[in-house]
Design a binder for this molecule. Structure first.
Ligand SMILES: *Cc1c(COP(=O)(O)O)cnc(C)c1O
Length: 482
């Protein structure tokens, strides 16, 4: 009797203890990382060779104890984890994670549901269904639009443009899913030339070919002018066309004039796809939503959760106004999938089979922040970006190149010589960025914009405070004095 009891106890504790010490240890390390962000350098301090030498441990025959794996991982990765979760990280367009989203993300890993179909993850399928509805509401998109939770905007572009490809070819009685593209009518893609590189890659993956992309010039504000688009239709009024519009570009946060462009594109039979990877979020703010007026008239939209909503990485969204086109393009069914009447099965909308329930973190972030919290996040980060550009631009040897409309701006650094050339200013800009990164107090990236080297300022993190802005300006000031 005693032995049986003991055996049962041991079994229970064994199952429990297999996870508990390891997860508790991981929790401690995670908190050490997050709670130390204010003091730690934001730039990587370990070299490539150091990281390889530490991490390339032999794969043993017997394996390694779980606790040791976690200990070693943290020790080996040290100084190679950049401070992108910190409030002083202004490189690329990178957000942090709000606590509820990070906590939800951990639960998703623990639950380990396959979110392909409702039947193998009922609760997570419903959570995604609700999160999709909330997103359409917050982003002011049509409530009837279909959606997919993707890995990021890159795959959201593939998803939205797969629906576009389906719909345009169906008009010429061409079933692209069945017949493929060989011998099909050509589709051309028309957009302003400042588009993000992920669009080109989506076009390549969909077999439309990057030669099908027609570059149109943009105006001084980075916008596609209605006359320019009208001319593109005059040239080729018969072509099947996808017009790709920009809602917030990477460098200056430019927004195309949707109210004029979308009806014009539709009059010419085009499909309109909007890249709003971060910019579509300004629809959640009363201060900035005028920039997006008319955007809801488009046919498909792309947004990220992992940038401005501050959901951990692996979070993008595709929305398609006509649900049938997305479903026809990506849905997949087999005899062994089980379907629950009336349920939403992600496999009908996502170009994936087995997948993590990545919509759960979005659900949690929206609940934590609420409508006002999201609006405040947008307004606050825009305000910080504007302050950073203004104050850095006012330092001796610096210059404002683009004053942010939203959360993206550009500055550059000038060579001191009286006969300095633009190449000298370019070199000086890269040199100052290098000094800033080396000191590790703030992180900014370089970019070539209109032929000029610039330092990009992007603020997307809920944690950025006035104090972080002060510290970043001081760090730039110190770098400029070197
Ligand atoms: C970041 C970004 C993308 C690509 O998004 P991922 O989530 O990195 O795939 C596309 N367009 C714009 C405007 C972006 O800022």
């Amino acid at each position: 009797m005693f032995v049986t009891e003991q055996t049962r106890d041991t079994t229970t504790t064994t199952t429990g203890s297999a996870f508990r010490p390891v997860l508790q240890q991981a929790l401690r390390y995670a908190l050490d990382h997050l709670e130390n962000l204010d003091r730690a350098p934001v730039s990587p301090m370990a070299t490539l060779d150091e990281l390889r030498a530490r991490l390339d441990r032999p794969v043993t025959d017997a394996g390694v104890e779980a606790a040791t794996v976690i200990n070693d991982l943290v020790a080996d990765a040290r100084d190679g984890i950049i401070g992108s979760a910190s409030g002083r990280f202004f490189g690329w367009v990178i957000g942090g994670s709000v606590p509820a989203a990070l906590g939800a993300e951990w639960l998703v890993s623990a639950w380990d549901q396959n979110a392909a179909i409702h039947a193998c993850g009922p609760a997570v399928a419903v959570i995604e269904e609700i999160a999709g509805k909330w997103l359409k509401d917050l982003l002011r998109l049509p409530p009837t639009a279909a959606f997919a939770f993707t890995t990021g905007s890159q795959l959201a572009h593939v998803t939205g443009l797969a629906a576009a490809r389906h719909a345009l070819l169906a008009r010429r009685v061409w079933d692209v899913e069945r017949q493929g593209l060989a011998g099909s009518p050509r589709i051309r893609i028309v957009s302003g030339h400042q588009r993000h590189g992920s669009i080109e890659r989506a076009v390549r993956l969909l077999g439309l070919g990057s030669d099908s992309v027609v570059d149109l010039p943009t105006d001084a504000q980075g916008r596609l002018a209605p006359d320019t688009l009208a001319a593109a239709f005059r040239d080729r009024s018969d072509a099947l066309t996808i017009v790709i519009l920009q809602a917030g570009d990477l460098n200056i946060g430019a927004f195309d004039p949707f109210t004029d462009l979308i009806p014009l594109a539709h009059q010419n039979g085009a499909w309109v796809h909007v890249d709003g990877a971060f910019g579509l979020w300004v629809n959640a703010s009363q201060t900035y939503r005028h920039l997006l007026e008319g955007v809801e008239l488009a046919d498909s939209w792309v947004v990220d959760g992992h940038k401005w909503l501050n959901v951990p990485y692996d979070s993008g969204y595709a929305f398609v106004a006509d649900p049938r086109t997305l479903r026809d393009a990506v849905s997949h069914r087999t005899s062994y999938t089980a379907f629950v009447e009336g349920a939403r099965d992600p496999i009908d909308w996502n170009p994936e089979w087995s997948r993590r329930a990545r919509g759960v973190a979005t659900y949690a972030a929206i609940r934590q922040l609420g409508r006002q919290g999201i609006a405040d996040l947008i307004d606050r980060t825009c305000h910080h970006a504007q302050a950073l550009v203004r104050r850095i631009g006012a330092l001796p040897g610096a210059e404002v190149v683009w004053k942010p409309t939203i959360n993206q701006g550009l500055v550059r650094f000038l060579s001191r010589g009286a006969d300095a050339t633009s190449a000298d200013h370019d070199n000086r800009t890269d040199e100052v960025i290098g000094h800033i990164l080396k000191a590790g107090e703030a992180f900014f990236g370089g970019v070539t914009w209109q032929g000029m080297r610039c330092m990009r300022v992007s603020v997307c993190n809920w944690q950025t405070s006035d104090e972080d802005v002060d510290r970043a300006v001081t760090a730039v000031d110190i770098a400029l004095r070197r």
